[in-house]
Structure formats: C-alpha cells, structure tokens
Design a protein around this ligand. Structure first.
Ligand SMILES: [Ca+2]
Ligand SMILES: [Ca+2]
Length: 353
C-alpha cells in the first residue's frame, strides 16, 4: 500500500500532469458512486489513498458517507475547510457537495494551501461568500485549463457546479498524455540540484561523464520526463529561469523551505544544463548502486591497471577545461599531493556534496 494524499503532500511536490492524473482517478471513483446515489461527504487528503508508491498508483477513496462521523467532524475545522457552503446549513446528500471538495483539493495540490483558510465556520462562510481568489504569481505557472477547472468547481451555487461526469469531460484532462507524469521531487533532490549548480565547471563535467557512462536506460527514461518538465522551451537544456520556474511549480511558491532553497540558487545568468548534467545533479551519489558506478567508471579510465588517474590521463577524457581549473581540482581532491587521483580520492569528489 502507498501513502495517503496528505502524506504525499507533506514530503513530496507534485507536478501538474500527476495532479491531473490523481484528479481523474478521483473523479472516476466519484462518478461511479454518484451514479448509485452514494455521496462521499468527507473528501479530504486523509481519505485519498494510493495503492502503491509509484507514479502509476491507483487512487482509492476511503471512508464513504460517514454520517454520524460528520457531525463530530463539523467541529473540526481541518475537515470543515473541504466542505461546500451549502453543507454548513442543510443536507449532506447532494453529490455537488463532493464536487466542491474536489475543487478544494485540486486548489490545494496546485497552489499549496487551502482556498479559504479560516478558524471557524462563520469566518469560513464569510470568506467563501466573498469569492475565490487565486494567487496570480503561482497560478500563471500552470495551464489555463486547470485554472478554469478549479473555477468551475468552487462555485457557490451548487446547481452551477460541474458534476463528476462533466468534470471528466473538461479539457484539462486532454492536456497531458499518459506517461507525462514526471516522478516526484523531494526537498533533498531540489537541494542536490542547487548544490550541483554551485560546483566548478570541471566537477560538473566529471559528474556528467560518469552519469553518461553508467546510467541505465530505465533511469534515463524516468528522469527524461522530469527534464522535459523543466525544459519548457524544448531546446534540450535547462536555463536558470526554467529551473526556478520548474522548482516553483513543484515546490509551491509559498512553501518557506523551498523558497529558502530557491533563494540560495546562484547561477550565472547564461548557465544551462543538459540532460546528463541534470541526471548527475539529481542522483544520490551516496547510494550503493551509484558508488558502484563511480568505481566502474574509474576502472574504465585508469592508467593500465595501475589503479589511479594521472592528470594527463583524465584530461584526455574530459577535454575543453582550462588548466587552471584542473589545478584547482587536484588541489581539492588530490589529498596526498602525489599528482595522481586514487579511487578513494575520486570517490570523494562525488561524496562531498
Ligand atoms: Ca530550455
Ligand atoms: Ca593522490
């Protein structure tokens, strides 16, 4: 079994194609239950479960129609924030009320916070009556379709809200192809990318050299989706602006931790990274599998079975780097100053993040 949506939201950042897919799954479950006059009444991230940890996980809706529970839960503002305005006053038996909750949920996944944040029912009603506001700086990073989708669900008049079937026909769902969902990024990986940019050109080159020699096809396929997600102008490299926009998109602009990481990205304006550099930046070089890769590449490049890399030998493998940079590299990683890089010294280059 995988996580609930609330667990996912607390550790990972979701991309729009993935949010779109989760929403579609959710609507299919709702369309089915609504066609049998079953209203869920309690849609919130705790009740949305994934059947596995992969990006292909199927979404399951838990805790259908708990009437007696509802009364108890109404005093709980956490749950209340997902409820449709008409539910405050009257019955819970309208499928349209579930659709409001779907709107709240999609808003939360996209924007990173609830649409109507309030301490109590009265305040919540007032905010809902004022109407929906979407922070422009965040929503502009997403498609116009998802903006429209949210607007058509968070409609005060329940009779004017999209039904589950209508929602499934919304153009948002034809925006992405199956398999478009990039894997999720977590905070650690975002830090890895930031730290990679800070490295000297030569170290970046060594990282991508090892990556291009040793990554598996499956790995490349999976990360290619993520690379394409960042490379919005599709020119085969990620610019500083594309990186920042992409991280904002997956990192929720109002997430304080991500904001801090973003602010610490200092990249030359013209700095671009290609796919193998990107793959290198995001890899967990401390993992056993990657340490194995580093060793294999080292053995591939070393001096005829002598077990080390000399300056001359390594320069041939990675051309186009000024001598001064090589000097700096040896200064930093040739710990015992014998002008050769041993396998342990080579590994330190990757392990010192
Ligand atoms: Ca680009
Ligand atoms: Ca040495």
């Amino acid at each position: 079994m995988g996580d609930s949506l609330s667990e996912k939201l607390s550790i990972k950042y979701l991309s729009e194609p993935l949010i779109c897919k989760i929403t579609k799954n959710l609507l299919e479950a709702l369309a089915y239950s609504h066609s049998r006059d079953v209203v869920h009444k309690n849609i919130n991230p705790d009740n949305i479960l994934f059947d596995s940890k992969s990006t292909n996980a199927i979404v399951k809706l838990n805790n259908f129609g708990l009437d007696s529970e509802m009364e108890k839960q109404r005093s709980n503002i956490g749950t209340l924030q997902y409820l449709a305005p008409e539910v405050f006053k009257e019955s819970y038996d309208d499928p349209a009320s579930d659709m409001w909750s779907v709107g709240v949920l999609v808003y939360l996944m996209i924007i990173g916070k609830l649409p109507f944040i309030s301490r109590n029912e009265e305040e919540l009603s007032k905010k809902i009556a004022i109407g929906l506001l979407m922070p422009e700086d965040i929503i502009q990073l997403y498609t116009l379709e998802v903006k429209d989708f949210i607007k058509k669900l968070l409609v005060f008049d329940s009779t004017k809200r999209m039904t589950a079937i209508e929602a499934l026909g919304h153009q948002w769902f034809s925006k992405f192809k199956e398999g478009d969902e990039p894997i999720l990024l977590n905070e650690q990986e975002i830090k890895f990318i930031r730290d990679f940019y800070r490295r000297p050109k030569l170290e970046k080159a060594i990282f991508s050299f090892v990556t291009s020699q040793a990554s598996s096809i499956d790995e490349e396929k999976e990360y290619m989706k993520l690379f394409k997600f960042f490379d919005t102008d599709k020119n085969g490299s990620i610019s500083k602006q594309e990186l920042i926009d992409g991280i904002k998109k997956i990192g929720f602009s109002n997430n304080k931790k991500i904001e801090k990481i973003l602010n610490s990205i200092k990249i030359d304006e013209d700095c671009l990274i290609d796919f193998s550099e990107f793959l290198a930046s995001i890899s967990d070089w401390k993992s056993e599998r990657n340490i194995k890769k580093i060793e294999n590449v080292f053995l591939l490049c070393e001096e005829n079975g002598k077990g080390y890399l000399s300056i001359k030998n390594i320069k041939v493998r990675i051309p186009g780097i000024p001598d001064a940079e090589w000097d700096r590299f040896f200064e930093k990683f040739d710990e015992n100053k014998d002008n050769i890089i041993s396998i342990d010294e080579f590994k330190q280059c990757f392990l010192n993040r």
